[in-house]
Ligand binder design. Structure first.
Ligand SMILES: [Zn+2]
Length: 705
């Protein structure tokens, strides 16, 4: 832990601003050279939940992280400023938080969701997004604002009737322009205090606030002040970083917390959502230095925007002497929107396990996005998993599956169909990973749908994995300038999803006699959609990355044949979707395929026949865990070749390798991994060489518990 910040340094940072240095308190001093404000306008002009990864180039990028400071290494320990000893976390001292986050402003939807929440043991509700994002959303006197206030008060009242506390999201700074003075007695702080007082007058039952900075109308790090107080108190910087960003977060939290907690007696959560790595220590150091305000940290399970491959948010449990809750997306905003199932109790356990080791006291979950809702879909298993794991972190995953399959489908553990149904649903997790991410990287759309063309929309923003974990640089570079082998690795990954989806669709036949008519039809439709969508994503990957290989100067002879095959495959899939009753699905639809095809250059030579890649191919791994610390892995290979099984606790650097001797093509091979560590996520992948070329299997995740 060589990067651990010394305790004394943090406490000192917390005291700098309490001194008696004179302050003009007048915002910017006359004659101060202020950079162009227009270039620093807020990134989210609608005040909504934009989480674009964004205008960072416009402004001060903040402190440069030393090499090797990825997200895992930022650890900040502090002493409570008024306590003699070290703060010791005691989970029993806090009520466990079973929270849901509501995003939809429709009053009927609010009422329905709260009714359902009661059935899941929810005791904490956060109102956000279309309901409220900033204090100013409830301060107007127009009709729309009055309607918003009514809906919020309805939600608060219904929550209280069900025994739940109700919170609203607020972003700071809001309701101000970019010139913000951080002097303690600047008039701005009284203005912000009055805004919060006014909000609580209009929402009198409100139990507290979830305060956050990223995606604010003006995040503190985009404000500036050139006054005498700011420049003299923080003499090392410019108007853009005097005070520095961490200090700004401390000041804003103390000011808002002073009103919400200390004056009004309500609760405060502080959410550490970030767009860029530099914002991680700003939050960690700033919040750790907060003095005199009680709050709870709130952190997304993976840093930034729900990417399953991203590291944990390193601020989790590291915001000073305060407990933490985790924010999880159980509805699949970016992985299926609960239309394409994402049933992942193991994945959510993995995120929660990190929280439990880091001052965790509960979880707040997103259960909806727009009209898409996890309730009454297979994704409900995620809701049950989080509930049970908050109640008892040692609850076995198998017990969660048994309970869900029994309660939701009426398929109890004594029935022979139960393990088959479990396998079908559990496979949705790897299938979604292989469809939405390319070799683990978020390269295509923001959202759960098909790409609308061959441009990689997220590759250089959210998909820039190396900024969160430098180990991903090589993978990112491969996708940036792909060659034939990279295209084949994507083909392998996509084919795994297609093959699993096909096998699970077939397997449904053997369990359908244990299902109600309604559930059977629902699963038939979802599994058909999953299989066709997996085929479409594979064909799109083949197109996008073949063209990208050509553009990178890595063209290869089969490109034309593969592109033609992909186009024909997409046309077939589109037609099968329409014939299969999937013409109007909310995501991954035939219309999206049409859109992709219209934006995808044909770029094929004349006289070439369409052909799919015909290369070395691994079957999907089938993994059994007879006991938590072992994994039995079976697979086939379509060539006679020696194979390596890479495995370990991290990806993309797996750490360990096992060589598996060659066997005849298509022969089932079985490998037993023994001595795994309990309560871990392992990642496994096959690898082989043939004729001097390396072939990679896709990654598969195993949770040893
Ligand atoms: Zn100032």
């Amino acid at each position: 832990m060589s990067d651990r910040m010394p305790v004394a340094e943090v406490v000192l940072a917390g005291l700098v601003c309490c001194g008696a240095i004179g302050c003009s308190g007048n915002g910017t001093a006359a004659g101060t050279d202020i950079p162009d404000l227009a270039a620093r306008e807020a990134r989210c002009p609608d005040g909504g939940g934009c989480s674009a990864g964004d205008g960072r180039g416009l402004a001060d990028p903040g402190p440069t992280l030393p090499d090797g400071i990825g997200v895992q290494e930022v650890v900040v320990d502090v002493l409570p400023s008024d306590a003699g000893g070290e703060w010791v976390f005691d989970r029993q001292a806090y009520p466990a938080v079973q929270g849901w986050i509501l995003l939809d402003a429709d009053p009927d939807a609010v009422a329905q969701t709260l009714q359902a929440a009661a059935g899941f043991g929810v005791n904490h509700v956060q109102l956000s997004h279309d309901l409220i994002m900033n204090v100013e959303d409830v301060l107007g006197d127009d009709q729309a604002t009055q309607a918003r206030i009514e809906t919020l008060n309805l939600a608060i009242s219904l929550a209280h009737q069900q025994g739940m506390d109700a919170y609203v999201w607020t972003h700071e700074l809001s309701g101000v322009d970019a010139e913000v003075c951080y002097a303690p007695d600047d008039a701005l702080w009284e203005q912000r205090a009055q805004a919060y007082r006014a909000m609580f007058e209009r929402l009198p039952g409100l139990d507290g606030v979830v305060l956050m900075f990223g995606s604010a109308p003006i995040p503190p790090w985009f404000t500036l002040c050139g006054c005498e107080w700011c420049t003299e108190t923080y003499p090392d910087g410019t108007p853009l970083d005097s005070p520095p960003p961490a200090e700004r977060i401390r000041i804003v939290t103390e000011k808002i917390g002073g009103v919400v907690v200390n004056e009004l007696g309500r609760q405060l959560y502080v959410r550490t959502f970030v767009h860029e790595p530099a914002e991680i220590p700003w939050h960690g150091e700033g919040l750790a230095a907060v003095d005199g305000v009680e709050f709870t940290g709130m952190h997304k399970g993976s840093v930034q925007d729900w990417q399953p491959y991203n590291p944990h948010d390193p601020n989790t449990g590291h915001v000073g002497p305060h407990p933490s809750v985790l924010e999880l997306d159980l509805a699949g905003e970016y992985y299926g929107l609960s239309v394409l199932p994402f049933c992942a109790p193991g994945y959510y356990w993995y995120r929660m396990d990190h929280l439990w080791k880091n001052q965790g006291i509960g979880v707040v979950s997103r259960v909806q996005r727009g009209s898409a809702h996890a309730l009454s879909t297979p994704n409900e298993v995620n809701l049950l998993a989080v509930r049970r794991l908050v109640e008892d972190h040692d609850e076995p995953l198998a017990a969660i599956w048994d309970e869900f399959l029994g309660d939701f489908y009426g398929v109890t553990p004594d029935l022979p169909q139960q393990p088959v149904l479990k396998r079908i649903l559990a496979d949705t997790f790897p299938i979604r990973l292989k469809s939405h991410y390319t070799l683990g990287i978020w390269s295509m759309e923001k959202g759960s749908g098909f790409p609308d063309g061959t441009t990689l929309d997220e590759f250089t923003s959210r998909g820039k994995m190396p900024k969160w974990d430098p180990d991903w640089q090589g993978v990112w570079d491969r996708l940036d300038k792909p060659d034939r082998a990279t295209v084949l690795a994507l083909w392998q990954e996509g084919t795994e999803a297609v093959d699993m989806a096909a096998a699970d669709r077939d397997a449904l036949g053997s369990v359908s006699n244990a299902l109600s008519e309604e559930h059977r039809k629902d699963l038939e439709r979802r599994l058909l959609h999953q299989w066709l969508a997996a085929r479409a994503w594979r064909a799109m990957d083949l197109s996008i990355f073949s063209l990208r290989a050509k553009a990178a100067g890595n063209d290869f002879p089969e490109r034309s044949a593969w592109l033609l095959w992909a186009r024909a495959e997409l046309e077939t899939v589109r037609s099968e979707m329409e014939q299969g009753g999937l013409g109007s699905v909310a995501v991954a639809s035939p219309d999206e395929i049409t859109q992709f095809l219209s934006n995808c250059p044909k770029d094929a030579s004349d006289g070439v026949e369409p052909a799919a890649p015909d290369e070395l191919l691994f079957s999907p791994l089938v993994i059994e865990q007879p006991v938590p610390v072992e994994a039995v892995v079976t697979f086939t290979v379509n060539r006679e070749v020696a194979v390596f099984l890479d495995y370990g606790l991290e990806i993309p650097d797996f750490g360990q390798t096992m060589e598996i001797p060659s066997a005849p093509a298509g022969e089932l091979r079985t490998v037993t991994l023994k001595g795994l560590e309990p309560d871990r996520r392992y990642v496994l992948r096959l690898r082989a060489e043939e004729a001097g070329a390396e072939y990679l299997g896709g990654d598969f995740w195993v949770f040893t518990r």
